[in-house]
Design a protein around this ligand. Sequence first.
Ligand code: 9D3
Length: 247
Amino acid sequence: MRIDVVTLFPEMMAAVSDFGVIARAINVGILTIDSWNPRDYTIDKHRRVDDRPYGGGPGMLMGPEPLAATIDAVHAKHGAQSRVVMMSPQGRPLKHSDVMRLAATEGFVLIAGRYEGIDERLINSRVDEEISLGDFVLSGGEIAAMAVIDAVSRQLPGVLGHEMSAESESFAEGLLEGPQYTRPEVFEGQAVPEVLLSGDHEAIRRWRLRESLLRTYERRSDLLDEVELTLEQKEILADCVRERHKL
Ligand code: 9D3
């Protein structure tokens, strides 16, 4: 896969490209991350990428021409029109299904904006979709783009070791993960739940499923509206809920 990032701060991408499983994926040729700076596609002598908003208002906007020239250069280099994804506070919130959809492509262009936003005509003419990380304000799109790169990259075949396969992750199942424990057996008076020391794999599986359902119900009941539960999961959840309302 190839990911082309359009950003005024290409050096920031080192935070995702130079560490851990993604650095390895790049080194073995599974993934290519290239950064493109719209400042390099300006034609005026001051290399301006920002300008004042028509109609007034605070701050500056990114002008359309340098961004359009940058995206066109990316597509010209690859001889293909890869999907253009813009990171934006106005976008749809990123979901696991978006990550899987992008991971199934040959590659895409990620636009990370700065200033107060991007001229709407650039979005109309070049952008296929807008994605947000959620309802909070970042200083620019770069950290959001890095989150997308990280999430998509780890779904590519060969990026994760099989001891931690991407399919068995909790969001893939649509539920939150329950609590996890390692040594010591007692920490500050808190013991590890007995069932985890029992060696009874079926009891451990059921306990983990119960904790996962209970935590999802208490913290993220919106996820339960989306997921198709098995009969066993429905029974355990009903039991959890009954127990919760007794307390
Ligand atoms: C004051 C109006 N702001 C819009 C909510 C202006 C503004 C804030 C932050 C314009 C751009 C930005 C920079 N943020 C992003 O580029 C961004 C973002 C975010 O701020 N939060 C969550 N997801 C994303 S994706 C890109």
